[in-house]
Design a protein around this ligand. Structure first.
Ligand code: 5GP
Length: 215
């Protein structure tokens, strides 16, 4: 995929007063970085790009919880619409995983997979990992390494967001929605200590939000 095949957001351009924010988060976010409508429009196009990449094969979607659930739900909604509205149809299977980096075994470069079905069913299948955000890329690189042992036919990664910095491993997902500034962002299922998942827009957290929801 060409490097520029995603939208680069360079600053927090939207003032809160132009959008509806739930009262409980009014003081807890600084600005809107991605309005919900824009997120949906971009995901619709990502679904088309993914649909075009596969022929009438089946696809196993691995949704990375918790942050990826909203993106995964909307992405599969649009892929299913393409299945109904075009001559081609890709049968979707879905599984949900939580991943945790091994604490005492960094050198293995693997992740601990929590929940989900037994992944041996991935053997010889096309797999699409659906993740909310890739920051340094370490989690995804480890997950990809861990999945290798299940011998899938192919593995692609769709991430709604990547961060704009050079601190990472250099890993780039196959499908990317937006590149966002290097700030802590919340909303659209991305959380801060489990809060903000119920916010539709993707926003920059405010200092008072960090204080209010710190543990
Ligand atoms: P990585 O291993 O790529 O550095 O980290 C990826 C994970 O870090 C994501 O799945 C997400 O859980 C978390 N993360 C990184 N940046 C942010 C952010 O700005 N906001 C939120 N809510 N989570 C983030």
């Amino acid at each position: 995929m060409a490097e520029e095949n995603y939208i680069k957001i360079t600053e927090s351009m939207y003032s809160l007063q132009h959008f509806t924010i739930p009262k409980h988060y009014e003081e807890a976010v600084e600005s809107v970085i991605l309005p919900h409508g824009l997120i949906m429009n971009r995901i619709e196009r990502m679904a088309r790009d993914i649909h075009e990449c596969f022929n009438d094969e089946s696809l196993k979607i691995l949704c990375i919880l918790k942050g990826g659930y909203q993106f995964c739900n909307d992405l599969t909604h649009y892929i299913k619409a393409l299945n109904r509205g075009s001559g081609k149809s890709i049968q979707l299977g879905i599984d949900f995983l939580r991943v945790k980096s091994y604490k005492n075994d960094q050198s293995s470069g693997e992740v601990n997979i929590i929940g989900g079905d037994d992944l041996t069913h991935l053997k010889d299948k096309n797999v699409l990992i659906v993740e909310d955000i890739v920051d340094t890329g370490r989690t995804m690189e480890r997950l990809l390494k861990t999945l290798e042992k299940y011998q899938p036919k192919s593995v692609k990664v769709a991430a709604l967001l990547i961060k704009d910095h050079n601190r990472g491993t250099g890993y780039k997902p196959d499908y990317i929605g937006f590149q966002v500034p290097d700030k802590f962002i919340v909303g659209y299922a991305l959380d801060y200590n489990e809060f903000y998942r119920d916010l539709n827009h993707i926003c920059v957290i405010s200092e008072s939000g960090k204080k209010k929801y710190s543990i």
